[in-house]
Design a protein. Structure first.
Length: 436
């Protein structure tokens, strides 16, 4: 249960059973009956796929600066029970949108034609059809479908329930259409690209590509180092980095502040524009070029200061300083993990938070309270994660201190008069796959 704010992940059996139950309620029989053969080919049975939410360890507001980020896949997953149709009708049900069946015809889907949560789902089908056309293949391989969803990924907590939904559908459609893309990392990069197009062009949310890459390409026990330079070969833009916390008696505690702030979209656009203007002023394509240049110098901090002096105002200087130092912190954190020292990454997490709070100005009262309380209670490091202005924070904690740190955060929220937070344990987990 959700005792004291804990948000449990589900076993795949449980998740599959839940998705099938939603399917049965919306569209009729989903499971083989007692006398039926329990075979995957059984006409009454519906297969189930799952895809995880994600949390970013470090590398915030770096993706649109062609930088680096380091997400892991959560054990919390979105489950989709899906049955292809012979026509191009799509019917959708979700436990998170009770009492409503979302319907459209795939042939009508294009940017601007659909709205609501179903747009994340049909957007993926639309993008996969586009991929087939680009390959000179028949787009009709992607048919209509009936699908039912249930999810243990919290909504709007910055843990990417949207990508979990898209990517569960991506692997489902890949499977039922026999495309075989999920079988290779390169194919998964293609599925990620389709999911990103679904979110940007059909759902209309202007996000980077970290979430979908993590959901489709992260591995259990690993963090995914993503290089966001456009034009990189997609296979070469992702690397696995060992992140087995269990083995060293550590856990990653996620605090969902359950706080949403207004003006988030405008703030995001403003940060992006400031970074792009600064790169132009410095004669660069992206701030990544400055980060790479600074990293090769004997005195990186001094080299950064020289570049910052060329910028017109203090706000631009602080924004750029965040991006450049954050890309450096991703590199430093990855080096520690590769060196087998996950227990040593706390100070980098703390520095990331300070930079996001003071230089990039995207933290919030709730995030600062969570981070401070976790550290006081013994966390090795803590930071906000995701875009900011609400959402979630992460804390690296010794396994035997998890409850004490969660208690301390809960108490601090009460003391500050904030609403009760949620808690998750972020064990680095497996990517999107078929589960039943
Ligand atoms: P986040 O991805 O951080 O959780 P977003 O705002 O990007 O937040 O995505 C949340 C939206 O994604 C929801 O408002 C809903 O439209 C859609 N969504 C995600 N998961 C589900 C689900 N299980 N059922 C229905 N809609 C979902
Ligand atoms: Mg999202």
């Amino acid at each position: 249960g959700a005792a004291r704010g804990w948000v449990p992940s589900w076993s795949d059996d449980d998740g599959a059973a839940r998705a099938r139950a939603v399917f049965a309620a919306a569209f009729g029989k989903a499971d083989p009956g007692p006398g039926d053969e329990p075979s995957g080919d059984h006409p009454g049975e519906v297969d189930v796929w799952a895809a995880p939410g994600r949390v970013n360890l470090i590398g915030e507001h770096t993706d649109y600066n062609a930088g680096l980020c380091l997400p892991i896949a959560l054990p919390h997953r979105t489950y989709v029970a899906l049955r292809p149709r012979t026509d191009s009708v799509v019917r959708l049900a979700s436990a998170q949108a009770p009492g409503e069946t979302w319907t459209t015809t795939l042939d009508d889907v294009a940017p601007g034609t659909v709205a609501g949560w179903g747009s994340y789902v049909v957007g993926v089908a639309w993008a996969l059809r586009g991929h087939l056309v680009a390959q000179g293949a028949d787009p009709a391989a992607i048919t209509g479908f009936d699908a039912a969803v249930d999810s243990s990924v919290p909504f709007g907590a910055g843990l990417s329930s949207s990508a979990a939904l898209e990517c569960s559908v991506a692997v489902a459609l890949d499977d039922v259409a026999g495309l075989g893309l999920a079988a290779t990392d390169g194919g998964r990069a293609t599925l990620a690209a389709a999911s990103i197009r679904a979110e940007n062009e059909i759902a209309g949310a202007p996000t980077g590509g970290m979430d979908q890459s993590a959901s489709l390409r992260a591995q259990a026990g690993q963090a995914l180092l993503l290089d966001c330079r456009p034009g990189l070969d997609p296979v070469e833009s992702a690397e696995q980095v060992p992140f087995d916390l269990d083995a060293v008696g550590l856990a990653l505690l996620v605090v969902d502040t359950r706080a949403e702030h207004q003006l988030v979209d405008g703030q995001y656009a403003a940060r992006r524009a400031t970074c792009e203007d600064a790169a132009r002023t410095l004669g660069l394509d992206s701030l990544r070029e400055l980060a790479d240049d600074v990293a090769t110098r004997d005195d990186p901090a001094g080299a950064l200061d020289v570049a910052l002096e060329k910028l017109p105002d203090d706000v631009a200087r602080r924004r750029v300083r965040h991006v450049v130092t954050e890309i450096g912190r991703v590199r430093d954190l990855v080096a520690l993990l590769r060196d087998g020292r996950p227990d040593a990454v706390g100070p980098l997490m703390n520095a990331s938070h300070a930079s996001l709070r003071d230089d990039y100005e995207v933290s919030s009262v709730e995030l600062d309270v969570a981070v401070d309380a976790a550290r006081v209670a013994g966390a090795l490091g803590a930071r906000m994660t995701g875009g900011g202005f609400g959402g979630s924070a992460i804390a690296l904690v010794r396994t035997d201190q998890v409850e004490a740190v969660a208690d301390a955060v809960r108490t601090a929220f009460e003391r500050e008069g904030l609403g009760a937070p949620g808690f998750l344990l972020a064990t680095p987990s497996a990517p999107a796959e078929r589960v039943a």
